[in-house]
Design a protein around this ligand. Sequence first.
Ligand SMILES: [Mg+2]
Length: 395
Amino acid sequence: MKTIFHLDLDAFFVSVERVLDPSLNGKPVIVGGDPHGRGVVTACSYEARKYGLHSAMPIRKAYKLCPHGIYVHGSHGEYSRFSKAVKSILEQYAPMMEQASIDEFYMDFSGCAKIYGSLFIFASKIQKEIMNKVSLPCSIGIASNKTVAKIASDCMKPEGITYVIPGMEKYFLAPMPVETIPGVGKVMHKALNEKGIYLIGDITKLPEDYFGAAFGKYGIDLWHKACGEGKDYIAPPQLRKSVSKERTYGQDVTSREKIEETLFKLTGQVCQILRDKNWQTSTISIKLRYSDFTTITRAKTIKATDDDKTIFDTAVQLFRNNYKRRVSVRLIGIHLTKFSEFSEQEFLFDEEEIRRRKMLRAVTKLRDKFGYSVVQFGRTGKVNNTFVNPFHPET
Ligand SMILES: [Mg+2]
């Protein structure tokens, strides 16, 4: 039996706006832009909801219902900054976490009761820490699966904690309206009501087959959800699909050395991103655009690595093999894909390698702290008009 937490930040966008401008506290706040425009409400405060406002409502309609509300455009960069801050607080506690949206997190705390004590006390500790550190309110639902935990977190908003005792899921859901089940939209809601099914408990009074016959696979899933079943698998964080950097020259370039030098700098930058994420890449591509806009990309797959040297060697080889035309170059870029998570063991093959790895890790830390340019490798510049590959100074 698992112990899943669903943490949902309360009126997230509005709460962030209030941290940025405390004069909005206690007032009906609507995020969504111009109240006379054609947009919709992105989010609104609990005070605004009292006037019948809700998200996705046309903003003009909202304005009619609540003309004295405060309408703000929304600061999306700030929202993701706050979301990341919450995530990093949660990462300290949760061995397994899945971010479901900008303001929702699933965490698996199965078997952690021994470490963290009472689930209620632990949940309120998390709530308090988020409030103290980033001033955001949240609600937490605790249950044996994700679906029930999500419904639970919504039960006592704002700043609620709801724990559904294992085995009680079905009884917890029974008195709730059918549209409480995630995935039941307007159409399904209406279809169920037409059959005289209003509450989740009405679903479970009927046999599974009834829903199979009426709605196919979706109906069967619905019946199981109504019984309090749900997925309890926490998906590991998704790896980004690619990391790339490119440089467009102000003036087209013909010097191979200059292009290789750019490629070297770009490699340093993409490798830094890679190591920040603790990833390795196995496919390295270069992009080369000539002044006549002909563009080629060439890729090579190698053993997974996050080492500047290996990646640069591969990239520069691709460049040398493919820069054939006597036309100047407008753009050069490097692109890394096929990521895997870094695992320390794979690299313990020789002393030299270990030493290099330690050095690169130290560089990553320094750059994270003081900025990318604080450490520059070897002879990045030109020496006697020739670009020197600092990994192979002899070449
Ligand atoms: Mg929320």
